[in-house]
Design a protein around this ligand. Structure first.
Ligand SMILES: [Zn+2]
Length: 349
């Protein structure tokens, strides 16, 4: 049986600095970014400009010369002269890193029998190497659990009722109108990490006429400094509603927005997650893999607009490497909330 590698867990256990060192790459430090000549064997472009940069905190790299970019496993794929488009090659590179850096008892590989355990996802904490002066190491914590909850939310606000959501759904997702602070005038939407810890709130504006350049329809948590520690929020590491679902699912629906998750749940299909926008990261794809049985089915239900098509372009190639996925393309101008439960029952048959 083929080894199933949990890329997400592997990446959490690896340090990009170790991977760079493994391949003999030396870079100069400038803030969070490390810069240097591109070490990739397929680099095309000027050899004499420092076009390559890596962010050790986020575990990502980019080269402005050859255009290569990605996470530390993608980096290993390219250094090993493997094909980045090929999921099997990505596994090969991941195995190389795993053999080299992860002690046997921590190896995240799983057989199909034992992968019912959900990968552990903690707030990711990184320590940057000392920058050479006497600066203390800089800490950046991504998606750390909050040590507070928003108080005084109005759970009886009419906005969600008017959009057709039932009280039980509003309560299940903890949705309430916020009248103070950054989310004033918005429905606060609690966001959780895959372990179920509250990591922040998104906010949906209730008066669409106020939407503008500085007042988006949805507001997401922003970074903050606390006791000398930088806290960063990255929605691309989360899938909305994933923490409520128990592996191994036979069916999972992926949608773009929060209301589609609430709607599907209300229509009797609670196995739904949202990407929170049209883009999907490899981390989000790995959450899908961790939730869905190898023989299970994934449905992508995008909005019937250009962003929906872009979303399909992001989700389909990533998820199809690991799981069967089918795209339900909605009619022009339609959203998942426009369809009744019976329609979904017909589709999911
Ligand atoms: Zn390059």
């Amino acid at each position: 049986m083929a080894k199933w590698i949990d890329f997400r867990e592997l990446r959490q256990q690896l340090k990009f600095a170790d991977v760079l060192r493994h391949y003999g790459v030396e870079l100069k430090v400038r803030g969070d970014q490390h810069h240097g000549f591109c070490p990739l064997p397929n680099h095309k472009g000027k050899k004499n400009s420092e076009s390559f940069s890596a962010n050790l905190v986020k575990g990502i790299f980019q080269c402005f010369g050859c255009g290569a970019k990605g996470n530390l496993i993608d980096f290993a794929v390219l250094m090993e002269k493997l094909n980045p488009e090929d999921g099997l090659d990505a596994r090969k590179a991941a195995l190389i890193l795993q053999e080299r850096f992860i002690p046997a008892e921590f190896k995240p590989e799983k057989t199909q029998q034992s992968n019912a355990r959900r990968p552990k996802v903690h707030a990711e904490q990184w320590e940057l190497p000392n920058t050479g002066d006497n600066d203390p190491p800089k800490h950046v914590i991504v998606n750390a659990p909050l040590d507070f909850e928003l108080k005084n939310l109005d759970f009886n606000h009419s906005y969600l009722n008017k959009r057709g959501f039932e009280k039980a759904i509003i309560a299940k997702f903890g949705l309430g109108y916020c009248s103070k602070g950054l989310l004033a005038g918005r429905i606060a939407i609690p966001l959780h990490n895959p372990e179920g810890k509250l990591v922040g709130y998104a906010g949906r504006i209730v008066d669409d006429s106020l939407i503008g350049k500085d007042n988006p329809k949805y507001r997401f948590p922003s970074g903050r400094e606390r006791n000398g520690v930088t806290h960063d929020f990255q929605k691309m590491l989360l899938l909305y509603n994933a923490h409520r679902l128990k592996p191994m699912l036979k069916e999972l629906a992926i949608v773009e927005g929060f209301p589609s998750v609430w709607w599907l749940t209300q229509m009797g299909f609670p196995n739904a997650v949202a990407t929170m926008g049209w883009a999907m990261s490899d981390e989000q794809a790995e959450i899908v893999t961790s939730l869905v049985h190898p023989d299970g089915r994934v449905w992508l239900i995008t909005d019937g607009d250009e962003a929906g098509d872009r979303c399909a372009g992001e989700v389909l190639p990533r998820v199809s490497r690991q799981r069967f996925i089918k795209w339900l393309k909605l009619d022009e101008g339609k959203q998942p909330t426009n369809y009744p439960g019976g329609w979904y029952r017909d589709q999911f048959r």
